[in-house]
Write a protein that binds this ligand. Sequence first.
Ligand SMILES: Nc1ncnc2c1ncn2[C@@H]1O[C@H](COP(=O)(O)OP(=O)(O)OP(=O)(O)O)[C@@H](O)[C@H]1O
Ligand SMILES: [Mg+2]
Length: 381
Amino acid sequence: MSRVPNPYRPGFNVPPPAFVGRDGVLASVREALDVAALDGRTPRPLILTGTRGVSKTVALGEASALAAERLGWPAVHVEVRPRRPFTPLLLERLEAVRLDLEHTTQPSRRGTRVTGGKVSASALGVGAELTIERGGEARGPADPIGQALDATMRVAMREGAGLVLTLDEAQLATRDELAAFTAVLQEHMGADWPLVVIVAGLPSLRDPNRSVTYLERGEWQELGLLDPADARRALIDPAAEAGRPLDDAAADLLVEASGGYPYAVQLYGHHAWRASASSSRITVTHARKALDAARRELEEGLYVARWNDASAREQEYLVAVAALIVRTGEATGPQVAAELGKAQTQVSYLRDRLLKKGTLYTEGPRLLFLTPGMAEWVSGR
Ligand SMILES: Nc1ncnc2c1ncn2[C@@H]1O[C@H](COP(=O)(O)OP(=O)(O)OP(=O)(O)O)[C@@H](O)[C@H]1O
Ligand SMILES: [Mg+2]
């Protein structure tokens, strides 16, 4: 039998073979593209939040791909790095796109080329026409991001295109830098740039102390676990397409084991595929065989490093949080202190450290693990 490559994609920043269960995000992206391309306005930004490994980065990539396919628009993607400003990278990427637009004429963009101050958006399949002639007389803004964006947008519009700008790991950006970036966007709302901005980050991006007004006014979408039907599709479709279908019972087992966690879905699928190498189907026996290997990889890859990064005291705190979550469905600071038999003031520094390390996050008064499945893992240790 010829070897068929494993279709599953466990990892981070790796597009899955089937991007399922994110119709809401895709609908918002389509709508934002329509507003930008058809109405010639800058739509409000889309902000995607969620815990680790739930599809944020992949969703940004899908959005850019959608803009490229439907409109032939380029995209600028910037991932914020810890303790580093993102502005230099943003400027560099904007400049690269500008040069690229100046020097190449993409055939795929022909559908939206400017004709006498108008662009016919036939690429959208609606035959709409809109005026996208914009004031060429305005002086460029003084700040570097404003200047770079202005320069790139001008060239893009001249070419009958718009731009998708994605900012990933935005929770790592300082409030000041994020505010400077969004101030430029705010300032140019009236300029009617066909610019679609999508920001992604961990739930801490919502932290009111760090909030940036422009983003607050955006459309927020929280990405969570996949529901069982979507997780099932994410497992079944790639196997069927690769020619080694999953039996129902095998799918049941893998859906259940993955808990709908997108990263785990890929990991369980990957190991089930491996376990069935010499077979023409993936049976429940293969799936069962895959469970241990997948679970071990999930634990070693995600949970063990977080656990080892915690001091003995912090680990005690995590155990209490996990026990409460598994037992009662939630854990708050006071409940954790009570569970540990301590006054809240005695243990609040542990809570703060674990929040800072990104092992836990808060949602109102509740404490949660940033990696799906970690509460169960910690409590089962
Ligand atoms: N909708 C989906 N269906 C199936 N698998 C998915 C889906 N979205 C993402 N995945 C898979 O989940 C894994 C993690 O995706 P991604 O890197 O986008 O997560 P993330 O939310 O950006 O995580 P992090 O916060 O750590 O950056 C990848 O293996 C990807 O292929
Ligand atoms: Mg990511």
